[in-house]
Write a protein that binds this ligand. Structure first.
Ligand code: ACO
Length: 379
């Protein structure tokens, strides 16, 4: 087979239809079930967007009330999951903890072997409700803190922050967190979603598919980039006494050096978007609000300095992980917790795709061209 016939990384290959979301790199737009993601981020709660991804329509007030009541029932940390998390070393990566927790939840689910559309939807909502407790508790135990019980008077985002930090947050912080959850929720056939669809295509179960998707998301070329962005900021050095311009100048020097050494700088570039990520302006606006709220202009200096230097050198634009990294840092999340936050959100998109794949399934099994040694025989 000719080398040009091989689509390395499946780049540019369309493998199926989806009605969940539409990414259009030419118009720099992203639609969830037809709605521009920017409009959803401005007007909706994450619960409404989750409902939309699964059901195809935004909920009526009655449907939303039923859905949020159902989500609140599943918020508490499963004691068996807590025991398993406690058995893991605090040096293990939080993404490994997430992956393990989903596996345990799957093995314990009463509908474990039922992959009907109804069972899959029920499992999706259960995972959506359960993940904040897992992510929050894992960060807390690393800090030597106990589990915090959920609060029924708070929405998903406010409760997530409450269970992580055990304190109330300002409305603008909850809003920025809600925006990040909405923007991370879905993005067509990215690597982790495709992983989930591949696993589903063998008629495996939903929790197995989500567990595999978490593994794919962990890598720094995908979701792990939000964590890696913060490592870049740390390597440059965050100096709270510094002005915006001083920080930007140091970031510029760092970027020029990194590019001269042919380093890949995480948080920049995208397989699909070549003129900028559709989600970045909305998330950058949320980051700007957090920088003002927490009074940390030096972080904006680092952000601007890297972005400007990358644009000047290679015209490569930031992706969503670039503004979310410093936003989560400002909110007080530990850096290794950033990608699990992505998991908590993307559970919605993954499971919407799992349901879609199962409804019109065909085993995903591509071909390969052999380039090993010619046939030979055992002497
Ligand atoms: N830093 C430096 N150079 C880059 C970067 C980057 N972040 N991204 C792309 N390039 C360069 C490559 O070195 C390559 O240059 P060359 O042609 O001189 O060799 C060129 O741009 C094309 O890059 P590819 O990696 O081939 O592009 P591809 O479409 O395969 O990769 C990817 C996209 C993997 C996201 C890439 O841009 C990258 O590694 N970025 C950093 C990781 C990252 O931020 N991932 C998050 C993705 S978004 C998300 O998950 C929410």
């Amino acid at each position: 087979m000719a080398i040009e016939d091989i689509k390395k990384g499946l780049a540019g290959v369309v493998v199926d239809y989806t009605a969940v979301s539409k990414v259009n790199p030419d118009t720099n737009s992203l639609l969830y079930r037809g709605y521009p993601v920017q409009e959803l981020a401005a007007a909706c709660s994450f619960e409404e967007v989750a409902y939309l991804l699964w059901n195809g329509e935004l909920p009526t007030p009655e449907q939303l009330a039923g859905f949020t009541a159902r989500e609140r029932v599943g918020r508490a940390l499963d004691p068996v999951v807590q025991q398993v998390i406690d058995a893991l070393p605090t040096t293990s990566h939080p993404m490994d903890v997430c992956r393990t927790a989903v596996s345990v939840l799957g093995a314990r689910h009463e509908l474990a072997e039922d992959s009907s559309p109804e069972a899959n939807l029920a499992k999706s909502v259960d995972l959506f409700a359960a993940m904040p407790a897992v992510v929050a508790y894992d960060q807390r135990r690393r800090r030597g803190q106990d589990v915090v019980a959920p609060r029924d008077d708070l929405d998903y985002s406010a409760n997530f922050l409450w269970m992580t930090f055990g304190e109330d947050h300002a409305p603008e912080v909850i809003d920025a967190f809600n925006v990040s959850m909405i923007l991370y929720a879905e993005h067509s056939f990215n690597a982790s979603t495709f992983t989930a669809r591949v696993i589903t295509s063998s008629l495996s179960d939903l929790h197995s598919a989500v567990t595999g998707a978490i593994g794919a998301l962990k890598g720094p070329l995908h979701g792990g980039a939000n964590e890696a962005v913060m490592h870049t900021f740390d390597e440059i050095g965050i100096r709270s006494e510094e002005s915006l311009d001083e920080a930007a100048a140091r970031a510029k020097v760092w970027m020029e050096d990194a590019l001269a050494k042919k380093k890949k700088v995480m948080g920049f570039g995208h397989r699909v978007y070549k003129h900028g990520d559709s989600r970045v302006p909305t998330m950058k606006a949320a980051l700007d609000k957090m920088i003002a709220h927490y009074g940390r202009p030096e972080l904006l200096g680092l952000y601007n300095g890297l972005e400007t230097a990358m644009d000047a050198a290679k015209a490569i634009k930031p992706n969503l992980d670039y503004p979310t990294g410093p936003t989560y840092h400002l909110m007080g999340f530990d850096t290794p917790t950033f990608t699990p936050l992505f998991v908590a959100s993307r559970i919605t998109g993954w499971t919407a795709h799992i349901v879609e794949q199962a409804a019109a399934n065909s085993l995903i099994r591509p071909l390969s061209a052999y380039n090993g040694v010619d046939e030979r025989h055992v002497p």
